[in-house]
Design a binder for this molecule. Structure first.
Ligand code: TMP
Length: 238
């Protein structure tokens, strides 16, 4: 399958049309951004690592009954994906308090949460992706019905259960992550976008080292070495 015109360029990926109107090609970029692109950088090979990480995790999730947009990996930076209508809600799932949760509510950084927290953020750069509640999502028409929001929460929790167990075996603590969903041509809600160290927080369970984009956000050094380590652990047979 070949790339046709560029449909959309985001901060970490480009989406291209193909000859099939139901399929797109997602190209993973080496660019890194933080704080709504106020901080910018790039590391050679980052896109290829994330492309592989995300493909492996999406396959794992498919094996566990979670439908995704992934059709196949084409080469090191490119995936063939189903075209969906993206729901403009970032679903953030948290196991441990850190980041904006600790900042907003004063919950101690590193505190293990008593239950899995699922939050919605409105995906709108001009507004800085604000946190929203279900009623906001409904009154802005981000989804058609309340049940779809419940489905997002259920899918977020299911993804968390599968990934948490997978990463514990690899000595990585899945602290939190962000996922995006889209509606496919059958009207089903499926996992889209990516799951990678750009969109998750992983803390090494033995050293507590941050193995994710917080390295870039907080100026802790190269991300690539850490992302490669995450990929190697994903590829370990357990
Ligand atoms: P936060 O603590 O900054 O709200 O981030 C929660 C999770 O969401 C964390 O794993 C990083 C991820 N995330 C994104 O993928 N994109 C974003 O734009 C933001 C702000 C967070």
């Amino acid at each position: 399958m070949e790339k046709r015109e560029l449909l959309y360029e985001g901060k970490a990926k480009k989406l291209y049309k193909t000859d099939d109107k139901n399929l797109l090609i997602a190209e993973f970029k080496d660019d890194l951004t933080a704080f709504n692109a106020q901080k910018k950088g790039s590391e050679d090979g980052k896109g290829a690592i994330n492309c592989q990480i995300s493909a492996n995790l999406f396959k794992l999730l498919e094996e566990n009954g979670i439908k995704t947009h992934l059709v196949e990996t084409l080469d090191k930076n490119n995936q063939l994906v189903k075209k969906v209508d993206i729901i403009p809600i970032e679903v953030v799932v948290r196991n441990t308090a850190t980041g904006s949760l600790s900042k907003r509510l004063g919950i101690e950084d590193g505190k293990v949460l008593p239950f899995t927290l699922v939050e919605f953020y409105y995906k709108e750069d001009d507004l800085n992706d604000p946190i929203i509640c279900s009623q906001h999502a409904l009154l802005m028409g981000l989804v058609e019905k309340r049940e779809q929001l419940e489905e997002l929460v259920e899918k977020g929790k299911k993804i968390n259960e599968v990934l948490k167990e997978f990463f514990v075996k690899r000595r990585l603590n899945l602290v939190d992550f962000k996922v995006e969903f889209g509606i496919d041509r059958d009207g089903e809600i499926i996992l889209s976008d990516e799951i990678s160290p750009d969109s998750c927080r992983f803390w090494d369970m033995d050293t507590n080292e941050k193995m994710d984009k917080d390295r870039f956000r907080q100026g802790l050094g190269s991300v690539k070495v850490a992302y490669e380590e995450v990929l190697n652990r994903i590829l370990e047979e357990k």
